[in-house]
Write a protein that binds this ligand. Structure first.
Ligand code: ADP
Ligand code: MG
Length: 625
């Protein structure tokens, strides 16, 4: 996460001084670059006039690499050395890509804190190096078209890329010899391409269905401030899934089972299915021809049949979009416009569903494949100092993707900053000590939506020491969470009465990825009920431990105030609480606690009287009044 992006108010240079900058959409499936020339943003084509560069890199044993279409051409013959969808691995640790691991041949780095490496015939490659190959290709295109006066690039990233993923993207650019003027969120770039930054006010939705991912964001524009209100989506849903459905329809229609295809036939069929899917966007029926076990087959697939076979996929995107609206605390009617991004939004069934969901036709004037790169190019142009005037500044705000909290007694996560809070943000909460005379407190910073710490991600631990000894519950410890504009968290804890303070800056070496964010959210939605029960049980267990400790400390100090049988009865009640405290019977723990607290009422009164007498002992009446 980075955010609060404020464009430098540039002076317009004289025409001959015009500084050229490129905007790059570094996509999971396709990447492309664009630049503003003669005041108009245009995509930069390759020498054959193609705009999209497939995000694919093929490595050869001699260490050389082929990028884009040339790499995809090698994929069927040499899949292990053809890296695709590397964006999913950017800034991620080995254990964070376990689910994606099957797609790649992964190896752990010898150094580098467990960051992922891909094992290829040309040696180990980091995702940063692979991405750098793609960026270098686009840089070359830009220099061929614009000359070599390129001052830098704006590179787009998904809105909920975390700090580590953003840093990895920057590293890749640097490796490719590009000066990064700024990283820009993809939905924001799309909004800029539509000119929504020019005096437009209101809430906008950006619906982005790419090759392998779906992202939806709600942006709010007010007085030149561009704010990302909420983000959502599904990192395992994209055009590829539609290809697979089309392939399924074709095999069934041709009376073939998928297992009959050899690996090579399968690879070719995947490309055929994808092309057929794209053709169905304009045609009402397509003929899908493929080989199965050496036999030539074909099947006619209609647009309606394809729409019916993919309606559940489309419904899932709509469900994510609704959830994102809810997170932004908005309704469909509050949305002034919907921007379509990503090649897969060309499919008519997708457009129709978006229109139904938001109650208005989406904006489709710009090519959904190019809109992000075009917006990035405009931002790059502004940052290079080619635009003047106050109206041309952008102030972009972002949100945190998952709640930040602290561990409290019993392994419970107490949320301090809620998910989707706008950055920068600071929040404080007060806590107290649990034991008499407690002089230190461990602070465990966690991230996630779940009630139990064990279901959240641990970000950092530190200790507040030197708390003056006080009775349990008397200390006042104020824990403050602050997330700055770059998305970096710092946590401080201060005991108010003594002013003892400790603080820590949290910068995870690699943070949560989209998948993990999505999974953790999914888990929390599914688990809300059982979480609440687990929380109630933990709270009861903590209360049991607290009352046992408090009663024992009271007996230790003042047992003399009671008769031996009274002491014995209280000890029995303590034992009764102990026996059930670690169990899962919520009601039994509560009953035992109630019995003990009831049984010690008289004792508490006696202690109170005694302590008042002690305080007053030896004092004259006029001293007390
Ligand atoms: P990413 O953001 O993941 O790099 P893109 O925005 O380039 O992806 O989208 C790629 C997806 O768009 C692919 O699944 C591709 O098949 C699909 N696509 C491109 N053109 C069309 C079309 N005319 N009709 C349907 N899908 C299309
Ligand atoms: Mg994209």
């Amino acid at each position: 996460m980075a955010l609060l992006q404020i464009s430098e108010p540039g002076m317009a240079p004289a025409p001959h001084q015009r500084r050229l900058a490129v905007g790059i959409d570094l996509g999971t499936t396709n990447s492309l670059g664009a630049a503003v020339r003669s005041g108009i943003a245009e995509v930069l084509p390759d020498e054959e006039g193609r705009m999209l560069l497939p995000s694919a890199v093929h490595y050869r044993p001699d260490g050389s690499a082929r990028i884009g279409h040339a790499a995809l051409a090698e994929r069927a013959a040499d899949p292990r050395n053809t890296i695709v969808s590397v964006k999913r691995l950017m800034g991620r640790g080995r254990d964070e890509v376990a689910t994606d691991g099957a797609r790649y041949d992964l190896a752990e780095a010898a150094t580098g804190g467990g960051q992922v490496r891909l094992s290829t015939t040309a040696g180990f490659k980091s995702p940063v190096e692979v991405s750098a190959e793609i960026l270098a290709t686009l840089r070359q295109r830009a220099e061929d078209t614009l000359g070599d006066d390129l001052v830098g690039a704006v590179i787009t990233v998904p809105a909920y890329f975390d700090d580590a993923q953003r840093q990895a993207t920057k590293d890749a650019a640097q490796l490719a010899g590009l000066d990064v003027l700024r990283l820009l969120n993809e939905p924001t770039a799309a909004a800029i391409a539509y000119g929504l930054d020019h005096g437009v006010e209101g809430n906008y939705a950006v619906y982005d269905l790419g090759g392998g991912t779906f992202d939806v964001s709600i942006l709010r524009l007010t007085h030149g401030v561009f704010e990302v209100l909420a983000t959502g989506g599904d990192t395992a849903l994209g055009g590829d899934d539609f290809d697979a459905r089309l392939a399924g329809l074709a095999t069934v229609a041709a009376g073939v089972v998928a297992g009959q295809l050899s690996d090579a036939e399968h690879a070719r069929f995947a490309a055929v299915a994808r092309a057929a899917k794209e053709d169905l966007t304009d045609a009402l029926i397509v003929d899908v021809a493929f080989d199965a076990a050496g036999v030539h087959r074909h099947a006619a697939i209609s647009r309606d049949a394809f729409a019916a076979a993919t309606s559940d996929l489309v419904d899932r995107t709509v469900e994510s979009a609704r959830r994102c609206l809810r997170d932004a605390k908005l309704q469909a009617v509050d949305i002034a416009g919907v921007v379509l991004v990503g090649g897969a939004t060309r499919m008519p069934q997708v457009r129709a569903a978006v229109e139904r969901c938001f109650g208005k036709p989406p904006l489709i004037d710009l090519d959904p494949d190019r809109v992000v790169a075009l917006g990035a190019a405009m931002q790059a142009d502004a940052l290079a100092g080619n635009r003047a005037g106050d109206g041309e500044q952008w102030l972009l705000l972002d949100v945190i993707p998952l709640s930040l909290g602290v561990e409290t007694m019993g392994g419970l996560a107490e949320k301090i900053i809620a998910r989707n809070s706008t950055l920068p943000v600071a929040r404080a909460q007060e806590f107290t000590t649990f034991k008499d005379g407690q002089t230190a407190m461990a602070i465990h910073v966690v991230q996630g939506e779940r009630e139990l710490v064990s279901d959240c991600r641990s970000l950092a631990r530190f200790e507040l020491r030197g708390i003056p000894p006080m009775t349990a519950g008397a200390a006042r410890i104020r824990v403050t969470y602050q997330v700055d504009a770059d998305g970096l968290l710092s946590v401080s804890a201060r005991e108010i009465t003594s002013n003892v303070e400790a603080r820590i800056a949290v910068k995870p070496s690699y943070g949560l990825g989209d998948d993990e964010v999505a999974r953790m959210l999914q888990d929390s939605f599914g688990a809300a009920d059982s979480d609440m029960r687990a929380r109630a049980l933990r709270e009861q267990q903590v209360e049991a431990a607290r009352i046992v400790a408090a009663t024992e400390s009271a007996l230790g100090a003042d047992a003399a105030l009671l008769d031996p049988p009274q002491v014995e009865r209280i000890r029995c009640q303590i034992d009764a609480v102990r026996q059930v405290a670690d169990g899962v019977d919520h009601a039994a723990i509560k009953d035992a606690i109630d019995a003990l607290s009831h049984g010690t009422e008289r004792f508490a009164e006696l202690r109170m009287d005694a302590s008042v007498r002690r305080a007053l002992a030896g004092k004259r009446l006029d001293e007390i009044a």
